[in-house]
Design a protein around this ligand. Sequence first.
Ligand code: SF4
Length: 397
Amino acid sequence: MTIGSIFPEELLKTKDQTLHKIALKVKENKRISFDEGVYLFENATLGFVGSLANYIREQKHGNKTYFNRNFHLEPTNVCLYTCTFCSYSRLIKKREEGWEYSMEDMMDIIKKYDDEPVTEVHIVGGVLPQYDFEFYKNLFSNIKKHRPDLHVKALTPVEYHYIFKKAKISYAEGMAAMKEAGLESMPGGGAEIFHPEIRDQIAGGKCSGQEWLDIHEEWHKLGMRSNATMLYGHIENYGHRIDHLEKLRSLQDKHQGFQTFIPLKFRNKGNQMSDVKESTVVEDLRMYAISRIYLDNFDHIKAYWPMIGRDTAQMSLGFGVDDIDGTIDDTTKIYTMAGSEEQNPALSTKELSKLIKNVNREPIERDTLYNVIQDYTNHVWEDDGQYKGYVSLPVNN
Ligand code: SF4
């Protein structure tokens, strides 16, 4: 049975007229406004936003919780830009501290996964002149020639803006050429916070929020899909967060090209913003829930478990999240270098399935485009004779 087909009517009994109106809108499948989004951040309890978000999540997906098996390829961590929140990159003048893979190095990494049941390679890294338009076209086509079934999800508007400008071609021409070379979808990175009041302070001179949106729009116009992120919990206010969500929602109305929204928690280790306090778990869950409520035209909200830890990721499944990222061994260094919860993130399919089942959800392995590869809900693992379905989470007194 789908728990969430029942609206939590008690929310309508609130004495707060604005919250009452918001709850009614959700019940009637209507969109909430910018001011109502900010109001939720400022006035609603975690329980209130959580119940609404869970209702929407279960309306859309029931108990289904998606994951995919991918690996990361990071061409370099040396970067021309100087984003203040970035713990991953090394400046060009200190390039000896970083790595810069050649085409051969990258193809060797791809080949290491030849016998693994992975369905996607996620490619993203720093921005350097030698990784230009021609380089990336060749990389994508080499990967597709070597392993046609491996989905290439690659680069953000930060890289595309830079390489298209250098090649003196428009976003439309550039994205069409990337598609031709083998690019199949775009990840959601580089979005940070769109609002210039914040972006100008933290994003180190890379593409603007509008340019980020324009590049995704060109990709969507080709009938292709992408994801979106937001880096939250640093110097932005609630208005900046809703502004970000509003811009995504508006673009999504035009082409329906976004699949998933991924809120990314700011971590303060090893970067220029180490004096900024990190958000609490409660704030993280509120962020997931309000994203779910606001982005009525996004199918999926994803939690990146290595960043927030597996416990919070598990909890997030009751606060609007229906997708958990990062399986097998997570090969990205982007978040571990920023002080993420999981310093050696590795979860087998079995472990991830159990993590999902332990909070009474159904683990579904998907491909990049959310086609179902395998439903693990009733899967019995070889060494798992004792497993009886629902298992209570441990309670610490
Ligand atoms: S966030 Fe990206 S663009 Fe900014 S410094 Fe780090 S690697 Fe470079």
